[in-house]
Write a protein of this length. Sequence first.
Length: 208
Amino acid sequence: MIGFFGGSFDPIHLGHLNNAQQLKQQLKLSQLFLMPCHLPVHKNNLKFSTKQRLEMLEHAIQSFPTLEIDTREIKRQTDSYTIDSLKQINQEHPKQSICLIIGMDSFNDLSSWKDYQDFYQYCHLIVLERPGQQKPATIYNYTSAISRDELTKQATGLIYFAKTDAYDISSSQIRGILFDDATDGKMSANQSLAGLLPSSVINYLEKL
């Protein structure tokens, strides 16, 4: 099985990276790709450019060498629709089970995604549980998997709610530290990012 962890990564942080690393081990994935989008349909304007977000990812995985980057969406130059990526990935990996990894917040909004009702035909869905967020009443066209082993018994169509160590980190929290909205979103000074971002990403931001 291989996994794809999508997101805007605006910016990538240790919560993303540690969760991804844990899931790769927990699910025994042969590969796990971080898949940054180009223009997220469900979010407002991003703080960092496409180039900057990709460069931060490249710096970040230097400290997480078991993770990889899939650039299909960030290089697409159009709105990012997950269904298009799933179809491409299945064509490229016809003998692999694909695990799409999303957070509980994204899962709660899944019904607003393009062709979400067809996802089960192309992947297993791995949902990261988060404290204080409840599961919705529906799991759409998926069938619940209680254990990781069930995911290996069929190619697609299962949903697995994964538990990882809780990391109280969010990209919005980091953007609040980094940017001063009172000065038109310019970079703030003298704010500590230690423990939130890899040191390589902090060094990158200090040079912007």
